[in-house]
Write a protein of this length. Structure first.
Length: 205
């Protein structure tokens, strides 16, 4: 069982190869994500994450903002990227995010929103940090995703749909038998993450 790397590393999975606009293996956005051509709407800062691309020395920042268009009944989180110096803005409709079939951009938005509402995992670095730890633990212990090597990390972040409930459950099965205090804390936060997923999973048409 491999957990040490997950405890000490916070990097994204990085595939080989480059993305292509012509690549028909990218499924496109889910119904929860819309590219916002009008740019940022303003709002409250929620969180920040980084995405490294293989073969590039620069790591690109991604921030989450609670949109001014957001309401308690219809929460909207804007994700703002600066990939290759080009600013892009995406609206994520939190009510449409399904953790059983979601991209990482959706999960970043969801985790940031749940932290804002006080329902996150309690991690010092935010619930999305817990998400990355569960993801990495699962991958290091054999829960391999069907990754297309020609699709960049950025396109995977936006488009690749994964059942994160099963990924988290797999990671928790690995962690529960380990008595190391750091691992036990990670297990506790992972359990809270799974509880967070349950508020959204299986509720979509």
């Amino acid at each position: 069982m491999q957990v040490n790397n997950a405890l000490n590393s916070y990097n994204y999975y990085q595939p080989s190869g480059k993305s292509s606009a012509e690549n028909n293996r990218c499924e496109g956005f889910s119904g929860a994500v819309t590219k916002c051509e009008d740019g940022e709407s303003g709002g409250k800062f929620l969180g920040l994450t980084m995405i490294p691309e293989e073969g590039k020395s620069v790591t690109y920042g991604m921030r989450a903002m609670l949109s001014d268009k957001s309401t308690p009944a219809n929460p909207i989180v804007q994700i703002v990227s600066n990939l290759d110096g080009k600013k892009e803005v995406f609206d994520v409709d939190i009510s449409k995010v399904d953790p059983e079939n979601a991209s990482q951009i959706e999960m970043f938005a969801l985790c940031c929103y749940e932290d804002k509402c006080g329902r996150g995992t309690g991690s010092t670095f935010g619930s999305y940090h817990t998400f990355k730890m569960m993801k990495e633990t699962a991958e290091q212990n054999g829960n391999e995703r069907q990754v297309d090597a020609e699709i960049s990390a950025w396109d995977q972040f936006r488009y690749e749909k994964v059942n994160w409930v099963k990924t988290c459950e797999f990671a928790l099965d690995i962690l529960q038998a380990i008595k190391d205090p750091r691992v036990m804390d990670m297990f506790s936060k992972g359990t809270k993450l799974l509880s967070m997923y349950s508020r959204y999973a299986g509720t979509k048409e």
